[in-house]
Write a protein that binds this ligand. Structure first.
Ligand SMILES: C[S@@+](CC[C@H](N)C(=O)[O-])C[C@H]1O[C@@H](n2cnc3c(N)ncnc32)[C@H](O)[C@@H]1O
Length: 226
């Protein structure tokens, strides 16, 4: 499958997808495991939450979220990479309340039910602004009123003001969409899609943020396409 956004680095395929979890563990010298556990703990998952995971990856996050759920909760991943879908299915095969669909998150879609939480982890920064707005619209459509959009991703910052130990790898590893993403005011943009009641938790010396936004309205100032 070709890439929709050739300048993006979140359309992960091939060997990088097949060894994605190992690559993160190795690149972070083992720190990623405890970081992601800590971040997911901060999502305050209720036992009966229905959670939609946008760009779900290997299923690692789905399993962590599932550990907070009772038999009434569920995690549904949306993913497009064949290698990621295979790993997700393999990792979660013994959990009938965790499932994954081969579904793009950047184009309109409809599901047969509404969710309490939409989680998106290290995916959002990798798209152009108009596509990020499509993703926000899709999240708003998929959530119950009062449900939460929870984004784990880079914080907002001026890249050239960040310390070198962060700036150099960020500039080497990330794409131009990420450079634009970090300099935008996301709470303001999200409010145009009916989100409010924002809370933020920070990690890695404030360079990573878990942003929670509540769906407060069914109205948005953007038309739904199609
Ligand atoms: C950087 S990885 C993050 C994976 C996972 N969320 C995590 O935190 O481990 C980005 C993921 O988004 C998926 N992805 C990229 N574009 C997508 C799209 N348009 N629709 C659904 N998934 C997408 C990729 O296949 C990949 O699994």
């Amino acid at each position: 499958m070709g890439r929709f956004y050739p300048d993006s680095k979140v359309e992960i395929q091939g060997l990088s997808a097949r060894f994605y979890d190992n690559l993160l563990n190795t690149a972070s010298l083992g720190a990623y495991s405890s970081f992601i556990k800590k971040a997911i703990r901060q999502m305050c998952i209720a036992p009966d939450d229905a959670i939609l995971d946008f760009g779900a990856g290997t299923g690692r996050n789905a399993l962590l979220m599932n550990s907070y759920l009772s038999g009434d909760g569920e995690v549904l991943g949306l993913e497009i990479s064949e290698e990621m879908l295979i790993q997700f299915q393999r990792k979660t095969e013994n959990f009938n309340r965790i499932n994954v669909l081969d579904q793009r998150i950047d184009q309109p879609f409809t599901l047969d039910r509404k969710f309490d939480k939409v989680f998106i982890s290290f995916v959002f920064h990798g798209f152009p602004l108009e596509i990020q707005k499509n993703i926000l619209r899709n999240a708003a459509n998929a959530l119950k009123l009062g449900g939460q959009f929870i984004m784990l991703d880079f914080n907002e910052f001026v890249t050239d003001e960040t310390p070198l130990y962060f700036r150099i790898p960020f500039k080497i590893v990330e794409c131009r969409y990420a450079f634009e993403y970090v300099e935008r005011n996301w709470k303001q943009i999200m409010s145009e899609f009916g989100f409010g009641g924002f809370t933020e938790k920070y990690f890695l010396r404030n360079h990573i943020r878990l942003l929670t936004a509540k769906k407060e309205s069914n109205e948005t100032s953007y038309d739904i396409p199609g």
